[in-house]
Each structure stands twice: as structure tokens, then as C-alpha cells.
Design a protein around this ligand. Structure first.
Ligand code: DAH
Length: 340
């Protein structure tokens, strides 16, 4: 029969050699199981021994058990650390490895249309001029010949911060700012930008939208120059088969004033669902700049005259792509946006 000490040595040596948890479990089972384990077997027949001997053997068996348990625990910890080190080495993130590519976005359809308009007019010598979206009452209305109480103010009902400060209702105030900044004609500018109106959202209007305004100030300009410019712009954007017409209208800042339309691209003017059977799509307003507006911009109307126009980019994009609801442009739904 083996004694506790040599059994302990034997077990600790086996534990030291063990490579796997399975081997350790086998050793544990072999030495430490309650029934017929090699340590518990030491105590078989202990009842027949003298009391003193019994106590000594019991204590020795206990020490052997604790020593083997400690050796097992230490070896298991060693295995665990080796495993972690191994994972760290083999599964560490390789920062030089190329990442998973993100889906590529593209320019929003409204920005695309805005840039097209800009480049067409830049090819005619117009410069892009920007103005503030928070505007004073004077620039937004008064300087454009729309005094307090003028009924036309109702067409441009906006959001007010104070009685004097509002979100601009159109890009027309930039006409005044451009004249004041440039001072000496000739002036040829376009001014794209966000505008705001107190309109409940629906299929054809929303409280925020984008306009492009054009302004030409020079000597002896005519309605013919204006119409030619609008025609060139529309044909460059939509194709040479398009026509432009102007209809008499009223704006306080132009005299005479017009609405301008482009022939429908779906039915070539015959009338269809897209143009509501009119053959024409309304684009925006235009006219010869009112002399008082020139004066408000610091330009002498005796020496210079001008024409101007303004229209909504959303409407242009709707006409171009046959979009039925203006709200789609702002819903950020990729199923819609990916089509352009
Ligand atoms: N500002 C006008 C609007 O928002 C559009 C407009 C009409 C602009 C005639 C012009 C113009 O420059 O001449 O409804």
C-alpha cells in the first residue's frame, strides 16, 4: 500500500505533465474521488488501527488531498492564462486589415438640381451670391417694395423671431444685399438658398424649401433678354425641345411682372397627368426690377435697369423627375433617394 507522501508526489508530477483539462480531470478522479479514490483508499480499514495511528494517517491523507487540490488549481490557472495569451495572439484585431466597406452615398437630388442650375448660369457669367436665412423685415419686405400693411405680405407669411427679424420667405432680399455689396453694375448673380413659409405641409408645399433667384443689372436690358436667359436655362436643364412662356402677373418688386412656365416634358405640351392637362408646368416668377428696388439697393434707375426671377428648386426637381409629392425630398427614405 502506498503512503500519502509518495502518492502526493506521484499526483503532483502527473499534474505537472498534464496538457489538457481532460487529463487533469482524470487525475482528479483517480486520486480524489470519495469512493475508491487513491487517497480515500488510504483510509480503508483505518478502523482497525490504534487511535494514535488512525489520527496520523487521517491527517496525512488530508494534507495529501489538499496538496493535490492546490496543484490542480494552479495548473488549471496556468492553462487558462496560456489559452488567453493564445487568443490574444491569434485573434487580436489586425488594424492594418481593410475594413468592411460602407455603402456609398451620393449627392441629394435637390443638391444635384441646384448645382446644375448654378453651372448653367455660371456659363452665362452669373456669380453665386449667398445671403442670410435669418433676415430683417426691411430686406425681406420693405426694400422689395412691400411696406407694412401691403396685402402682398400675406403671400410671404414667415416665422418671426421679433417683429423685425424673421426666417426669410424668399431669396429676393439677396437682390438688395448683392446690389449694396457690388455697388457698380453690371451685376449678374444667382442666389440659391433655403426659404421658410408658414404653410402646413402637403403634397405641393412645405414650410421650408429652396429657391434660386437670379438678378441682372446692366444698361438697357429688356424682357427679351430675360426670356432668352430663362429659355437657355430651361433648355440646358431639361433638353432643347423645351419651350418657355411668360404670363402677366404681379410682384411688388418688378414692373412689369410675369409668371414663367416650361412646356411639359412628358406630353410635349399636349396635356397629360403630370401637367394636369395644361401642357405647361409653372416654374416661378420674374420681371423687370422695379426702379424703387434698384434705388433701395443703391443703384441709380436713371442709368441702369434690370431683370430678376425666382423659383423653387423642389418644383424644378419634381418636374424633372415626375415626383408627385414635395415631402418625399425631405423624408430621407433611401428607397426614394437612391433613384436619382
Ligand atoms: N420672390 C418671389 C416668390 O418667392 C419669386 C420672384 C418673383 C422672384 C419675381 C423674383 C421675381 O426675382 O422677379 O414668390
Amino acid at each position: 500500500m502506498s503512503d500519502p507522501q509518495s502518492l502526493t508526489h506521484e499526483a503532483v508530477a502527473a499534474i505537472a505533465r498534464a496538457q489538457t483539462e481532460d487529463e487533469l480531470a482524470a487525475i482528479e478522479f483517480d486520486y480524489l474521488r470519495r469512493k475508491k479514490g487513491r487517497i480515500s483508499s488510504l483510509l480503508e480499514g483505518i478502523g482497525g488501527l490504534p487511535a494514535e495511528e488512525r489520527a496520523r494517517l487521517g491527517q496525512a491523507a488530508n494534507e495529501a488531498k489538499r496538496a493535490i487540490e492546490a496543484a490542480l488549481a494552479a495548473k488549471r490557472q496556468e492553462h487558462k492564462e496560456a489559452l488567453l495569451a493564445d487568443i490574444a495572439e491569434t485573434e487580436a484585431i489586425d488594424i492594418t486589415f481593410p475594413g468592411r466597406p460602407l455603402g456609398r452615398g451620393h449627392i441629394h437630388v435637390l443638391t444635384q438640381v441646384q448645382r446644375q442650375i448654378e453651372s448653367v448660369l455660371e456659363s452665362l457669367g452669373y456669380k453665386v451670391e449667398l445671403g442670410p436665412e435669418v433676415e430683417t423685415e426691411w430686406y425681406n419686405f420693405e426694400a422689395l417694395n412691400i411696406p407694412p400693411g401691403h396685402p402682398a405680405r400675406e403671400n410671404w407669411d414667415s416665422f418671426y423671431f421679433t417683429p423685425d427679424l424673421l426666417l426669410r420667405a424668399h431669396t429676393s432680399p439677396v437682390q438688395i444685399r448683392a446690389m449694396q455689396r457690388i455697388k457698380e453694375p453690371p451685376i449678374y448673380i444667382i442666389t440659391p438658398g433655403r426659404c421658410y413659409r408658414r404653410d402646413p405641409p402637403e403634397a405641393t408645399r412645405i414650410p421650408y424649401f429652396t429657391q434660386v433667384e437670379g438678378l441682372a443689372v446692366d444698361r438697357g436690358l429688356t424682357v427679351g433678354d430675360m426670356k432668352g436667359t430663362l429659355l437657355y436655362m430651361m433648355q440646358s436643364l431639361y433638353g432643347d425641345d423645351r419651350k418657355v412662356r411668360v404670363r402677366p402677373s404681379y410682384f411688388p418688386f418688378t414692373e412689369p411682372s410675369f409668371e414663367f412656365d416650361v412646356s411639359c416634358g412628358f406630353c410635349a405640351g399636349a396635356g397629360c397627368k403630370s401637367c394636369r392637362h395644361k401642357g405647361w408646368l409653372e416654374v416661378g416668377g420674374c420681371g423687370m426690377v422695379h426702379p424703387q428696388v434698384l434705388r433701395n439697393g443703391g443703384i441709380d434707375p436713371e442709368r441702369w435697369n434690370g431683370y430678376a426671377w425666382g423659383f423653387g428648386i423642389e418644383r424644378m426637381a419634381m418636374a424633372k423627375h415626375d415626383v408627385e409629392d414635395i415631402r418625399l425630398f425631405y423624408e430621407s427614405d433611401l428607397r426614394f433617394l437612391e433613384q436619382f
